[in-house]
Design a protein around this ligand. Structure first.
Ligand code: PBG
Length: 332
C-alpha cells in the first residue's frame, strides 16, 4: 500500500522531476518481447497491396513474405499471427479450404519456419477466411451451429500445426472448441503445440477494417452476435476464460484491446495466467486516422497505447504497430 502522506511532507512531483527518478519508479515497461505482429498473406506474385482502412498495412504474396518479415525478425519481434486472404472462388459454405494442407496459410507457415525458425507462428483458427458467407463456423437453418463447426475447427487446427504453426489461436468462439482441439492435437502427436484462446472475444464494430483486409466483411450475412460476446458483459468473460483454461488453453486473449482493458485486468487478476490482448484493426484505423491528420503525435501515441496493455496486466499485445513500436523501442 502507498503510505498515506499529506502536503507539504508529501510531494508526488519530486519523483517526476528528473528523468533518472522517472526511470527508477516506472511501474510498467513495454518491450519488444511483448509484441505479436498480425500479417495478411495473399495469393499471386509480386503483390504488396495496401488496405484502405488500415493505412500502412499491406497484404503480401508469398514471394514477398520473407522480405516483408525481415525487419521484424531483425528487431527481434517474438511472434507473428498469420491471416490468409483466400481467393473468393475457393471459398465455400463449409470452409473446406481450411483443411487443405497446401492452403495459403500452411504454405506461409512452412516458408516462414524455414526463413525465420526463431519466430513463433500463431495461427488463427476460425472458418471466416474460407467461407462464402463470412462466418466463423458452419451454417444450418440460418444459424451458426456449434458442434458440427467444432468438428471442422479441430481438423483445421491440426492442419495448421502440422504445417509448422506453433500456437493455435481459436478465434471462433464455439463452445467446447479448446478441449476438442487439444484432444485432436494430442491424438496427432502434436502435444507441444500451444493454444492461445481468444477466450473473451466480443461482437465488436472494431473488426471492420480486418474484414475489409480479408474480403470477408462485404460477404458477411448478418452479424456474429450469436457466438461472439456481448460488449455489455464482463462476468461472462471470466466464465469463458475459466472454461478455456480447463479445456487446455496455455494462454488466453481478450479482444478488442483498448476498449476492453477492464476485461484484461479482471482476467489477469482472477486467473494469473498469460493474458494477451488484441489491439484490433479498428483501433489501429482510429489511431492512424488521427495520426495521419496530424491530430496525434505518431510515436508517442503508439507507445502509450501499447503501454496501457501492460498496465492492465497483459503479457503481450497483438498489434499492427508491432514493427513500428519495436523500432521506437530499439531506438530508445
Ligand atoms: C476471425 C477474426 C477476426 C479478427 C481476428 N480473427 C474478425 C472477426 O471475428 O470477425 C479481427 C482482428 C482485427 O480486427 O484486427 N475470426
Amino acid at each position: 500500500m502507498t503510505p498515506i502522506g499529506s502536503y507539504p511532507q508529501t510531494r508526488l512531483r519530486r519523483n517526476r522531476r528528473d528523468i533518472f527518478t522517472r526511470r527508477l519508479v516506472a511501474e510498467h515497461r513495454l518491450s519488444i518481447d511483448d509484441l505479436i505482429w498480425p500479417i495478411f498473406v495473399t495469393e499471386g506474385e509480386g503483390r504488396v497491396e495496401p488496405i484502405a482502412s488500415m493505412p500502412g498495412v499491406n497484404r503480401v504474396s508469398l514471394d514477398r513474405l520473407e522480405a516483408h518479415v525481415a525487419e521484424a525478425a531483425d528487431l527481434g519481434i517474438p511472434a507473428l499471427a498469420l491471416f490468409p486472404v483466400t481467393p473468393t472462388d475457393i471459398r465455400d459454405a463449409g470452409g473446406t479450404e481450411a483443411l487443405n494442407p497446401d492452403n495459403l496459410m500452411c504454405r506461409a507457415a512452412r516458408l516462414l519456419k524455414q526463413a525465420y525458425p526463431q519466430i513463433g507462428l500463431i495461427g488463427d483458427v476460425a472458418l471466416d477466411p474460407y467461407t462464402d458467407h463470412g462466418h466463423d463456423g458452419l451454417i444450418e437453418n440460418d444459424y451458426v451451429v456449434n458442434d458440427a463447426s467444432v468438428e471442422v475447427l479441430k481438423r483445421q487446427a491440426v492442419n495448421q500445426a502440422a504445417a509448422g504453426i506453433d500456437v493455435i489461436a481459436p478465434s471462433d468462439m464455439m463452445d467446447g472448441r479448446i478441449g476438442a482441439i487439444r484432444a485432436a492435437l494430442d491424438e496427432a502427436g502434436l502435444v507441444d503445440t500451444r493454444i492461445m484462446s481468444y477466450a473473451a472475444k466480443y461482437a465488436s464494430a472494431f473488426y471492420g477494417p480486418f474484414r475489409d483486409a480479408l474480403g470477408s466483411g462485404a460477404r458477411l450475412t448478418g452479424d456474429k452476435k450469436t457466438y461472439q460476446m456481448d460488449p455489455a458483459n464482463t462476468d461472462e468473460a471470466l466464465r469463458e476464460t475459466a472454461l478455456d483454461l480447463a479445456e487446455g488453453a496455455d494462454m488466453v486473449m481478450v479482444k478488442p484491446g483498448m476498449p476492453y482493458l477492464d476485461i484484461v485486468r479482471r482476467v489477469h487478476e482472477r486467473f494469473a495466467v498469460p493474458t494477451f490482448a488484441y489491439q484490433v484493426s479498428g483501433e489501429y484505423a482510429m489511431l492512424m486516422g488521427a495520426i495521419n491528420n496530424g491530430w496525434l503525435d505518431r510515436d508517442r501515441t503508439i507507445l502509450e497505447s501499447l503501454l496501457a496493455f501492460k498496465r492492465a496486466g497483459a503479457s503481450g499485445v497483438l498489434t499492427y504497430f508491432a514493427p513500428e513500436a519495436a523500432r521506437l523501442l530499439r531506438n530508445g
